[in-house]
Ligand binder design. Sequence first.
Ligand SMILES: *Cc1c(COP(=O)(O)O)cnc(C)c1O
Length: 379
Amino acid sequence: MTDTILIMRFETRAIHAGGEPDEATGAIAPPIHLSTTYERMAGGETPRGYGYIREANPTQTRLEAALASIDGGEAALAFASGVAAGAAILQSLPRGAHVVLPSDSYYGFRAMAFDFFEKWGLTYDLVETDDLRSVGQAVRETTRIVWAESPSNPLMTIADLPGIAELTRAHGALFVVDGTFATPALQRPLELGADLVLHSTTKYLGGHSDVQGGSLAFRRRDAFFEAVLNTRKVLGAVASPFNSWLVLRGIRSLASRMRVHCANAGQVAAFLAAHPSVRVVHYPGLPSHPGHAIAARQMSGFGGTLSFEIRGSRSDAIAIVERARLFIRATSLGGVESLIEHRASSEGPGSTTPPSLIRLSVGLEHPQDLIDDLTQAME
Ligand SMILES: *Cc1c(COP(=O)(O)O)cnc(C)c1O
């Protein structure tokens, strides 16, 4: 089964990887192994491969098989959250390492740079990763990681992943892509030259706004993989068995959900782009988006998240969010229900997000109901 799965198409792998019926009972739905500890030999050996929950557990092993398969990596690791996955990469670097980080990206990683890099002995530069030349200029001899997030949060910028991969490889650094917004259903960075892919599985992979998790898929099961595995084991940012199970279940329907997310977001984006109160829509599916051509080359769909800036002030934007009835006012993205947020308010002090920007996570409702809600909210 495992060998044939490697050559199967994405939708099929997403449903079957890590899904072998339970050996003990034949159960089709995987068991959730809550045990924290496993029986050993008298000399401490662990003949069935499991010893203590922080190192590995069978439910997490299934999830990691699925994560590696859907991203096309040799190995994958599951974490307690998306930021824990990112932190484990950074905590596995030697002191003195330099990191190139995107200036538009998930705010938590920039917060990590501001508050922790100095303690960890790391230096960094913030770069507009949708501009290849800026990335090239930022890379130095000590650069160990070039990080891109594509599409990025919240401006939905697109990084040229094969271009950055080539540049990073020429400098002997590792290329990490945060692919949370696209998911492996729409974009597989390892196939485009990246070394590691990160997902906040809290978002589309979980898909139902009921589980937190993070994942890393590795192009090679190499020394850096072992270093990150050791970081997770020693520092403890592991996924719980139940959370592993929920993310695994989410992956089963990922391909189908993403098709509807993309179709709905495309319709909402077109509606907003034609609305007189909207100054700009940030959605890579629109031909007017500066990254559209690159996105069309490296993604098979444009995702379910978008943002837009209105012709008006911060308080006008907040008033639109206030009037939404079907879109729920909440942060995060990737669930079946549509969410709306005034992003600068969610990010708080230090946010560089434009004050008139509203972010939408477009869910799986009927698209006309979503457009009707935005129509009345923007009247
Ligand atoms: C949410 C998010 C993260 C952080 O993930 P958590 O699971 O909340 O820790 C990282 N990157 C992106 C793009 C995200 O949207």
